[in-house]
Design a protein around this ligand. Structure first.
Ligand code: GLN
Length: 225
């Protein structure tokens, strides 16, 4: 079995931090700049940054079609902040969608001036009882989630800030800036399951049991650190 690699779109924003979190859970993060960098990856991370800039670069670097293709094939993807915006089917206020795979309406810069950036602790039930430290930086919020969308986390007051739909995971916040590894571990588990599907399973709906073949051994450790 070859070691799993996860691609991290390396245009701008927090891509180095994502690669560092992957390293912490024992996975090689591959910076993605060219279509050929996508070869051999088992999952993909679209980091934060500025979604309007990233949209332009996706086309300039000829990455739109190959990434679309990967997502269609069921390759697990994690989008954080601007990455979540890139994965949304509808961007409130009019921007054209980029990879319209999440059936959500997303509002950019949803917290306004006063709350431009803030940190809070969130419970993400799928990832355990221990609250997750979440860093929001000019973050978006999910204004509507369709019936196929699993809501993974809400802020107090109910605003949706993390979702999953089939092979696509997205957070409005930056787990990688808080040293949080659980979303990356979940992505890795989904990627292992996609590489070597278990009995009749399609894209993972929940983290595969730790006995799953190819499951990275960093998972449990990471989830309890
Ligand atoms: N405000 C940015 C946007 O709309 C996202 C910010 C981030 O990724 N931290 O694209």
């Amino acid at each position: 079995m070859t070691a799993m690699k996860i691609g991290v779109l390396a245009m701008q924003g927090a891509f180095a931090e994502h690669i560092q979190v992957l390293r912490e859970i024992g996975i090689e993060g591959v910076p993605i700049r060219l279509p050929r960098d996508l070869a051999g990856i088992s999952g993909l991370i679209l980091p934060g940054g500025e979604s309007t800039t990233m949209r332009k670069l996706v086309d300039r670097w000829a990455l739109r079609e190959p990434i679309e293709h990967l997502i269609e094939q069921g390759t697990p993807v994690l989008g954080t902040c601007a990455g979540m915006i890139l994965l949304s089917r509808r961007i409130v206020d009019g921007d054209e969608p980029v990879f319209p795979v999440l059936d959500i309406d997303i509002k950019r810069n949803a917290f306004g001036r006063q709350l431009d950036s803030f940190e809070t602790d969130l419970v993400v039930p799928l990832l355990g009882d221990r609250p997750m430290h979440a860093v929001f930086i000019r973050a978006p919020v999910v204004e509507r989630a369709g019936p196929a969308v699993e809501v993974l986390a809400r802020l107090e007051g109910g605003r949706i800030v993390a979702v999953r739909q089939r092979n696509v995971l997205a957070t409005a916040f930056h787990p990688e800036l808080a040293g949080e590894t659980r979303f990356h571990s979940l992505l890795a588990t989904m990627a292992a399951d996609h590489d070597e599907p278990g009995e009749g399973s399609g894209p993972a709906r929940r983290p595969a049991p730790s006995t799953a073949s190819g499951s990275p051994d960093g998972n449990r450790r990471a989830a309890s650190s």
